[in-house]
Design a protein around this ligand. Structure first.
Ligand SMILES: Nc1ncnc2c1ncn2[C@@H]1O[C@H](COP(=O)(O)OP(=O)(O)O)[C@@H](O)[C@H]1O
Ligand SMILES: [Mg+2]
Length: 236
């Protein structure tokens, strides 16, 4: 099977930012392939470029060079409108800080993902409710996200990320704000639901135990994705 049928391909992606007039090469040559349903973890020091890489994969930032292919489409060379539709349909994002809308109830927060793509129907509502029940929030459907704990808020965010049945979930330190026990529960759900929905997962985490549960493990260091076995990481 040719490469282009694979779910996500990141090819020679580079990205620099200007800092005090000087370019800083955050990503030098990133190579990553994630097949449908596969899970991948990315660890790395703060400032190593993990969020930048996820944003490039999501089409929220553009690389200086290199390509990102999602389902065979080169996302850096498609129209803004096609990119927006592709992002809405194929990518679900989960952030450390949840990013829920306080004025909307829990169900409406999940439905936001569908509203971005068009008119919502009863099928969408059923899907949102089904997902909220799956993440253990079936009793909180009409509640405000402001009344939820951190773990509960992240479960809403996870349901929202999955609303449109994306092929890829990008999770950027999803347990960064949670205590250990709550974090375990959220991570179990992330892995279980991605498996049930056959969504690929790119998980950015500082936790080596969570990283060890993914099928491919990487450390982002000096602009490259390295496998944890690479000696110069162990020597650090
Ligand atoms: N929009 C931007 N403008 C300038 N510098 C940025 C921008 N976004 C990120 N950076 C810099 O790029 C580096 C990597 O940031 P980031 O991807 O957020 O790292 P991580 O998520 O691994 O902590 C940091 O030095 C950060 O300051
Ligand atoms: Mg980050």
């Amino acid at each position: 099977m040719s490469d282009s049928h694979k779910e996500l391909q990141v090819r020679r992606v580079a990205k620099s930012f200007l800092s005090g007039g000087q370019p800083i090469e955050v990503l030098k040559e990133i190579e990553l392939t994630v097949k449908r349903g596969e899970s991948v973890s990315i660890r790395g020091e703060s400032g190593s470029g993990k969020t930048t890489l996820l944003n490039i994969i999501a089409g929220l930032e553009t690389a200086d060079s290199g390509s990102v292919f999602l389902n065979g489409l080169d996302i850096q060379n498609i129209s803004e409108s096609l990119l927006a539709r592709l992002r809405g349909n194929e990518i679900g994002m989960v952030f450390q800080a949840y990013h829920l809308i306080p004025e909307l109830d829990v169900t409406e927060n999940v439905l936001i993902a569908a509203r971005i793509l068009g008119k919502i129907s009863q099928t969408h509502r059923s899907r949102a409710v089904e997902l909220l029940k799956r993440v253990g929030l079936g009793e909180r459907l009409k509640g405000s996200p402001m009344q939820l704990s951190g773990g509960e808020r992240q479960r809403v965010a996870l349901a929202r990320a999955l609303m449109n049945r994306p092929s890829l979930i990008l999770a950027d330190e999803p347990t960064g704000n949670l205590d250990e026990k709550t974090a375990h529960g959220v991570i179990d759900l992330v892995f279980d639901i991605c498996r049930e929905e056959n969504s690929s997962l790119v998980l950015v985490t500082h936790n080596p135990e969570y990283a060890a549960r993914t099928q491919q493990q990487f450390i982002l260091q000096n602009g490259f994705l390295k496998t944890p076995e690479t000696p110069d990481i162990l020597d650090d």
